[in-house]
Design a protein around this ligand. Structure first.
Ligand code: SF4
Length: 470
């Protein structure tokens, strides 16, 4: 049987479905994935309560069928909920999701179910039931306002012909012996089945050339070129792409010194290197929060008062069980002075958290707006191609940039070495009923991890400064 999950895997990439059927899909469920799955179960449980206690009483003599399974030849789908109307027997389908917005995948998911149901039962309406992103928690959860019910019937009807074709293609793809004829993407990053698409992907491939168009990738592949170093000088690339291709040939870092000097010249001392740790919760935990809002529970801050000067570190982590952002802002506003550039790695993330915290705590709005005005994103130097190293492997993640630029500093061997793990650690401290020793240990690991993120920025900044002067 081709299930709904199989169909969605096919939509993601035909080869992913093939790899699953043939036992070659490598998609381990991390502890953080498991945490998200559990949050999904909680939303599902609340959605059931919503349908039974709020929706059903408005539907006359209707009843709810939970998770009925339907098949149509080789296709099978389990629906989340069908509301059965009495009289001329008809149904409304409710698909439950924990995200706060409808995405394309949700629509294909429902349309696959519709393709099986049509011809077997009369479904009048298709609905997506999901947390309402506008909902603001105040006291206990208000189920009626927490959920949004969005009718997607016209969209589903419009998708049906395409889904009919796609499900036949998915079935055929699942049955071929060799995946060579199946489409694959041209962006092999974090591949769930690298052996199927690129059994011998070089360390530095054409896919690491920044923003290379599909057309150009296909043109290179047609010439049998997969190594970035093999791209001929005559092949048309923009300036940055050409630099990266040259870097692949020489193995040397590319440093655009004039641009680097100009960028670093914009920074105003004292410099602050700031990083937040956050945790996301599908169901708001504290007053003022929305569903799926990030909770900022920790920061690390290094301050450098003058060029070449020593740095001073400060930081804060809230583990008292209440809304962490209150105490965090109290400490942060004491640690950041009224002048100087605030360096972060990926400004979109920190700025968005500041905007959300300003909404939660208007008393700190002016401070947070000022912080956002003074933020400089150190990763832009890599993103703009002013400093590139073959060791970055085409990525601007600090986890890739740090070992290439500052090999002496490493996340390796740290108990917490990823943001996901930090989120889970805080969740365990706050809700895990741990004893004092366990809390103390996790708190130390969190402090060590967050401090490493800002120390990494300090050391990268020093290296960039040095590179300017050479
Ligand atoms: S190249 Fe990677 S991401 Fe793309 S289809 Fe193949 S396995 Fe999936």
């Amino acid at each position: 049987m081709l299930t709904k999950s199989d169909f969605l895997l096919y939509c993601e990439a035909p080869r992913h479905l093939w790899a699953r059927i043939h036992g070659q899909l490598n998609s381990p469920v991390s502890a953080f994935d498991q945490h998200l799955i559990e949050q999904g179960y909680e939303i599902e449980s609340l959605a059931r309560e919503y349908l039974e206690t709020i929706l059903l009483p408005t539907c006359g003599n209707a009843r709810i069928l939970w998770q009925p399974t339907f098949s149509d030849g080789p296709y099978e789908a389990r629906c989340d909920a069908l509301v059965e109307e009495t009289g001329p027997r008809s149904y409304d389908l409710y698909e439950i999701k924990s995200g706060t917005a409808i995405d394309k995948k949700n629509l294909y998911d429902i349309a696959f179910q519709a393709s099986i149901l049509v011809g077997q039962i009369r479904v009048d309406h298709f609905y997506l039931l999901h947390p309402n992103k506008e909902y603001t928690c105040q006291g206990s959860l208000d189920l009626a306002r927490f959920f949004s019910v969005e009718e997607v019937t016209p969209k589903i009807m419009a998708l049906l012909p395409e889904v009919e074709t796609l499900r036949r293609a998915a079935l055929a793809a699942s049955q071929v012996a060799d995946p060579a004829s199946l489409a694959h993407c041209l962006a092999p990053k974090e591949c769930p089945c690298p052996g199927v698409c690129h059994p011998a992907l070089p360390d530095f491939s054409i896919y690491d050339i920044p923003r290379l168009s599909q057309q150009k990738k296909l043109a290179l592949l047609a010439q049998g070129i997969l190594q970035a170093r093999d791209i001929p000088e005559s092949f048309e690339l923009n300036e940055k792409q050409r630099e990266v291709a040259r870097m692949a040939q020489t193995g040397q870092a590319h440093i655009d010194r004039p641009a680097l000097r100009a960028e670093l010249g914009k920074l105003v001392y004292p410099l602050y290197f700031l990083d937040y740790e956050t945790c996301i919760s599908a169901i708001p935990l504290f007053d003022g929060y929305h569903p799926q809002q990030q909770i900022v529970f920790q920061y690390s801050l290094h301050r450098m008062d003058q060029p070449g000067g020593e740095t001073v570190h400060s930081g804060f982590i809230s583990i008292d069980g209440g809304d962490p952002s209150i105490a965090l802002l109290h400490h942060l506003s004491g640690d950041i002075g009224s002048r100087g550039t605030i360096l972060v790695w990926n400004k979109a993330f920190e700025k968005a958290r500041n905007t959300e915290m300003a909404e939660l705590h208007p008393g700190y709005a002016a401070f947070l707006e000022d912080v956002n005005r003074r933020i400089y994103d150190l990763s832009d130097i890599v993103n703009q191609g002013y400093y590139l190293d073959p060791g970055f492997k085409g990525s601007w993640s600090i986890k890739n940039v740090l070992p290439a630029m500052v090999p002496a500093l490493s996340y390796q061997g740290m108990s917490i070495h990823q943001g996901d793990q930090a989120s889970l650690a805080w969740w365990a401290i706050t809700f895990g009923h741990l004893d004092e020793d366990e809390i103390g240990q996790l708190t130390d690991h969190l402090a060590e991890y967050c401090q490493m993120d800002t120390l990494a920025m300090v050391e990268i900044y020093k290296k960039l400064n040095l590179a300017c002067r050479l």
